[in-house]
Design a binder for this molecule. Structure first.
Ligand SMILES: *[C@@H]1O[C@H](CO)[C@@H](O)[C@H](O)[C@H]1NC(C)=O
Ligand SMILES: *[C@@H]1O[C@H](CO)[C@@H](O)[C@H](O)[C@H]1NC(C)=O
Length: 145
């Protein structure tokens, strides 16, 4: 019995360590995926192929982040307002808007990336320590004939 216990104990310890590592990694990743929540929505304007695009970016952490917000080039989309890219200090929720003209059904894809640009957040603001996190959101654009 004694020898069995001696033999098995190291394995148990190793197994527990591996389990803990797996659990911890899983949790870490889940948190990272959750830094920002995005919602992209599209509503039709007066003309059938003109739309207003709203991209909502929410910071889920308790510290501000510098976020670069953009939409990807798409051959079926023309920007009525400028195809602006925004860099903003996001501490809670912000909305970004573009007016577009769509020549055919398509999908608009928005991107939010946590960057390390200087002088965007107020001086002295303690920022979330990681940058490089990137997330995408899409919205279908249906051009009714
Ligand atoms: C996204 O925005 C649309 C339009 O404002 C809203 O109906 C929908 O509930 C939002 N979805 C989420 C997940 O917040
Ligand atoms: C643009 O529209 C054309 C014609 O409907 C379609 O074949 C193509 O897949 C669309 N491209 C994109 C990126 O949506």
């Amino acid at each position: 019995m004694t020898s069995l216990r001696v033999l098995y104990q190291p394995c148990t310890v190793v197994l527990l360590l591996v389990l803990c590592l797996i659990l911890e990694t899983g949790q870490g990743q889940e948190n990272r995926d959750n830094l920002l929540s995005l919602n992209m929505s599209v509503s039709q304007l007066q003309r059938e192929n003109e739309f207003s695009v709203t991209f909502t970016v929410t910071n889920n952490m308790d510290k501000c982040m510098v976020v670069e917000i953009s939409t990807e080039d798409n051959p079926n989309i023309t920007y009525l307002t400028a195809h602006a890219k925004y860099t903003a200090c996001i501490c809670d929720t912000h909305n970004y808007f573009w007016d577009i003209d769509a020549s055919a059904n398509t999908v608009i894809r928005g991107k939010a990336e946590v960057v390390s640009a200087k002088n965007i957040c107020p001086d002295g603001e303690i920022l979330y320590p990681e940058t490089g996190f990137m997330k995408f959101a899409t919205a279908d654009i249906i051009v009714t004939p």
